[in-house]
Design a protein around this ligand. Structure first.
Ligand SMILES: Cc1cc2nc3c(=O)[nH]c(=O)nc-3n(C[C@H](O)[C@H](O)[C@H](O)COP(=O)(O)OP(=O)(O)OC[C@H]3O[C@@H](n4cnc5c(N)ncnc54)[C@H](O)[C@@H]3O)c2cc1C
Length: 391
């Protein structure tokens, strides 16, 4: 068993860190304060610089022109992205997992030619999103009501998806809809809905954290999707997402948590060395040291669980359980670490002049997507006990 990063992973991390320190961290607060999601042009401009570091196309095999990264290496670079900007961490879920990677694994040749190949060529950035949640259906995702009716040529989608990360600027939305009514969740299918061709309405939602990433409501009204854009088979939509997409998204959210916690630690260590009270640096006080120690211990533990989660995806071994363990733990660690960082900074911790309150807002928001902590715990128990608390 090896706990050390490989030389290549160390290099990836170092390169990513250097880039973030220079290009992203100085601007992250400014992006966030505007309380507006990035525009598509802004994201594209940023991503054209991020792609050479492994973002956006890193998980695509080298033979196809991608970075050929393994999943743990992807986790390592996303941690660095989130350490700089939690919002960009969330964007990466759209600009890599739901965008290029999904197009690579499930896109039609037409979609690949239009979005994936130009992304690999560094000309544009294909952005995807995943539409599961609906106004009345959150945790119980298998109860979705959005329907896809087959017309003989196209599927016609009707329904509303809400809280969709990267929805505001997506090119392609992966939408879960009931295609075979009467079969319940066994009739759920996944559709690749191209914004430009099929068209759907978008309403931006404003939220506590991740303010520079888009979270939107997508409204589908007689939205026509070519039958070729059905991913997999009818009935595989929900099960397929549970088996493959959700674990990867959960591991990615967990690594964003580690990035936020690490940002909180780094800022606090600097501050505790500089800030003086009673004639000495506050870092000399044992109660401050205890807070730093708790933050470091928990963050290191979360990082190991996150690497374990990505390893489970890489090896396809107990990925549902191991990714839910990481998602149950790391965002909660991020909440505690960013809260302690605020405490260490005293009044400056809650000031909008500092990044601490952004870290905290992002961390608190991170607990909810792709299943709350409670739900991750129920999944872990189900995998261990063989008994489900919910069906
Ligand atoms: C920032 C952000 C980004 C998101 N991105 C996306 C996205 O890209 N795509 C997408 O489809 N969705 C997305 N979501 C939606 C997210 O996945 C849901 O919000 C989440 O699954 C919880 O659903 P809900 O909000 O409807 O809460 P509910 O399901 O109504 O739950 C409310 C409370 O009840 C608890 N609860 C529910 N059922 C049980 C149970 N069986 N046992 C114990 N407790 C239970 C929950 O833990 C929670 O505390 C996002 C949400 C946020 C905040």
């Amino acid at each position: 068993m090896k706990f050390e990063l490989s030389e290549q992973q160390k290099l990836l991390k170092r390169n990513a860190r250097e880039f973030m320190e220079k290009e992203i961290i100085p601007l992250a607060d400014e992006y966030d304060k505007k309380c507006n999601p990035f525009s598509k042009e802004q994201l594209t401009e940023l991503y054209l610089k991020l792609i050479p570091l492994g973002y956006a196309t890193g998980l695509i095999p080298q033979e196809y022109g991608g970075g050929g990264l393994d999943y743990p290496s992807f986790g390592i670079i996303v941690e660095e992205l989130a350490r700089a900007s939690g919002s960009l961490g969330i964007c990466e879920m759209g600009t890599q997992i739901m965008g290029p990677l999904t197009l690579y694994t499930e896109g039609t040749e037409e979609l690949k030619a239009k979005y994936l190949k130009p992304t690999i060529a560094g000309e544009k950035v294909a952005i995807g999103c995943l539409g599961v949640t609906e106004p009345d259906v959150g945790t119980a995702a298998r109860d979705i009501k959005t329907v896809a009716t087959f017309s003989g040529k196209d599927y016609i989608i009707n329904g509303t998806k809400t809280w969709i990360s990267n929805g505001g600027y997506c090119d392609v939305a992966v939408v879960l809809a009931v295609a075979d009514d009467g079969k319940g969740h066994r009739g759920i299918a996944r559709f690749l809905v191209e914004k430009e061709r099929s068209g759907f309405e978008i309403r931006e939602l404003h939220k506590l954290g991740f303010r520079s990433s888009s979270t939107a409501e997508l409204i589908f009204q007689d939205c026509r999707v070519p039958k070729e854009n059905l991913a997999g088979e009818i009935g595989q939509g929900y099960g397929g997402a549970v088996a493959s997409l959700f674990p990867l998204l959960r591991a990615t959210l967990a690594t964003i948590g580690v990035g936020l916690a690490q940002a909180a630690i780094d800022t606090s260590v600097r501050y505790a060395r500089e800030r003086k009270q009673f004639g000495r640096p506050i870092g000399k006080f044992q109660l401050v040291q205890e807070m730093i120690a708790d933050m470091v211990i928990e963050t290191e533990a979360a990082r190991l669980l996150v690497l374990d989660a990505f390893d489970s995806i890489q090896k396809d071994q107990q990925r549902i359980k191991r990714c839910s363990i990481a998602k149950a733990f790391a965002p909660e660690v991020a909440v505690r670490a960013t809260s302690k960082a605020i405490e260490i900074h005293g009044a400056y911790g809650v000031s909008e002049e500092y990044a601490l309150e952004r870290y905290f807002r992002d961390a608190r928001t991170l607990v909810i997507p792709d299943g709350t902590t409670e739900i991750q715990k129920l999944i872990v128990s189900r995998e261990v006990l063989g008994m489900a608390a919910f069906v």
